[in-house]
Design a protein around this ligand. Structure first.
Ligand code: ATP
Ligand code: MG
Length: 190
């Protein structure tokens, strides 16, 4: 499951858990992005903080792990590179790339898009308020999956912290404590 995870929240975790269960996956590997090219115009927290929050959030689930492939690779993150690196580490595994339906809609703008279909099966999870136009997506390789509605976004969590509002129960307890410890998201930002 790819994401910026700035910060990881219960929407991500519920989506991952739901897809793990429905597709009977052995493992869900959370892959925090390096420099997300889709968010190049926005400020993103240092990769190490996003990685560690993801580790804290997923530590208790035996099927959840976190990969550093994207944050250890220089330059902007492209999903084709992510999948190639994971494939090299796990040559015999069947790979599913889980992402939000909003990201899936951008799929055709990805670099090396034709190569992607050979690297993984794509699962787009829907969240409240998002309407996906499916046109153009190869149906053999893409599954849309509704997950239990969780109206949580990282943007909202960051804004809440900047405004002094609580993020308890939107993100795991350890992530609340991590955010406080390192004073993340205290500056209002876009
Ligand atoms: P931001 O608000 O900064 O864009 P985000 O909450 O969308 O953050 P990302 O790290 O960008 O979080 O999300 C990774 C993927 O998880 C995205 O493709 C996104 O659509 C999906 N996602 C995020 N929140 C939810 C949610 N509540 N339910 C289902 N999917 C979600
Ligand atoms: Mg987003």
């Amino acid at each position: 499951m790819g994401g910026t995870f700035d910060p990881i929240h219960h929407g991500h975790l519920v989506a991952a858990s739901e897809v793990q269960s429905l597709f009977d996956l052995d493992e869900v590997v959370f892959v925090p992005t390096g420099e997300p090219w889709q968010k190049a115009d926005k400020q993103v927290s240092p990769a190490e903080h996003r990685y560690l929050m993801t580790v804290v959030a997923t530590a208790s689930n035996p099927r959840f792990t976190v990969s550093r492939v994207d944050i250890d690779r220089k330059g902007p993150t492209f999903t084709s590179d992510t999948l190639r690196d994971l494939r090299a580490q796990r040559p015999d595994d069947e790979l599913f790339f889980i992402t939000g339906a909003d990201a899936l809609a951008q799929i055709l703008s990805w670099k090396d898009v034709d190569e992607l279909w050979g690297l993984a099966h794509f699962i787009g999870v829907t969240r409240p308020g998002y309407v996906l136009s499916e046109s153009g997506l190869p149906q053999d390789n893409v599954t849309l999956q509704e997950v239990p509605a969780m109206a949580i976004s990282s943007t909202d969590c960051r804004e809440r912290v900047a405004d002094g509002e609580p993020v308890w129960y939107l993100v795991p307890d350890g992530v609340v404590q991590y955010i406080n410890k390192y004073e993340l998201y205290t500056d209002p930002r876009e």
